[in-house]
Design a binder for this molecule. Structure first.
Ligand SMILES: [Fe+2]
Ligand SMILES: [Fe+2]
Length: 280
């Protein structure tokens, strides 16, 4: 693992805090939504393809690891107010995602109370660990993960179509949140690139080579679930390269050549192929 980058200067900390305030103000004005009021819950479809319900359950579990995400990420950034406050706000938004997926699974009849309780107990019996041991690596990881998650929900929503207006609305609302998260973390990475391009690119090479979606590998039947996601073309190696990796590089104005100084394209494909693969 690469060495930890240096501490941010007061100027960089001030820029990050301003970035957070802009994000927060916009979210308060334009993006708050109600789990109770904004989803047509009476339009759930109990006959929807069960594979879609399986995928919703998989991502409900990924979102349920929120206590681990927050409890491990906040200590990395406790002296960086913009990032710490962002995590508090991000946690509020993310907690709605697992609740919305759980509510849909129950109201649609695809899962019973007992099944959801078992799913929750199984999730909390494993502890998610930080994939990178420094705050710069984690912000780059989060940028990749938020874009991959946004893409996942967009693709799942396209498959649902008009077959379940409640799930379609849930996926739309959550996708908008994930897109805003990606935009924030991308801007944060841009600040770090301007501040220390070499250290940021070094971390980016590490993350691009080893990226895995969070927590997917921790599920007992992760191989099966990952296979379902790939077969339905919700997220696979090609989509990761063309819709996550390449657009991110374009957005942050990093050329492949610059990033590949120590990374071959083969390594990138290997990393994408390992999306969600079990660690053990
Ligand atoms: Fe989420
Ligand atoms: Fe998110």
């Amino acid at each position: 693992m690469a060495s930890a980058p240096r501490q941010e200067s007061p100027e960089v900390l001030a820029r990050i805090y301003r970035l957070f305030r802009d994000y927060f103000d916009k979210a308060e004005k334009k993006r708050r939504w109600s789990l109770k009021e904004d989803v047509p819950w009476n339009a759930c479809n109990p006959n929807l393809d069960r594979r879609i319900a399986d995928v919703v359950e998989t991502f409900c579990v990924v979102e349920l690891y929120l206590p681990d995400y927050l409890s491990k990420l906040i200590p990395q950034v406790r002296t960086n107010r913009g990032r710490a406050w962002m995590l508090a706000n991000w946690g509020y938004e993310e907690c709605k995602h697992s609740m919305a997926f759980g509510d849909w699974l129950e109201r649609s009849g695809h899962r019973s109370d007992e099944q959801l309780a078992d799913m929750e107990a199984m999730t909390f019996s494993h502890e998610w660990q930080l994939p990178y041991d420094n705050a710069l690596g984690m912000v780059i990881y989060t940028m990749f993960q938020e874009r991959a998650t946004w893409l996942t929900y967009q693709n799942l929503r396209a498959i649902v179509g008009n077959d379940d207006p409640a799930l379609s609305r849930v996926l739309q609302l959550i996708s908008i949140d994930e897109c805003a998260h990606y935009d924030f973390f991308k801007r944060l990475v841009q600040i770090y690139l301007e501040d220390d391009r070499d250290a940021t690119l070094e971390q980016m090479r590490v993350v691009a080579n080893t990226f895995k979606m969070p927590a997917l590998h921790m599920l007992a039947d992760s191989a099966l679930r990952m296979n379902e996601i790939k077969t339905m073309r919700i997220l696979d190696e090609d989509l990761f390269i063309s819709k996550v990796y390449e657009p991110i590089l374009a957005d942050i104005d990093v050329s492949k050549k610059e990033l590949r100084r120590r990374q071959s394209s083969r390594e990138i494909v290997v990393a994408a192929c390992e999306l969600g693969q079990p660690k053990i």
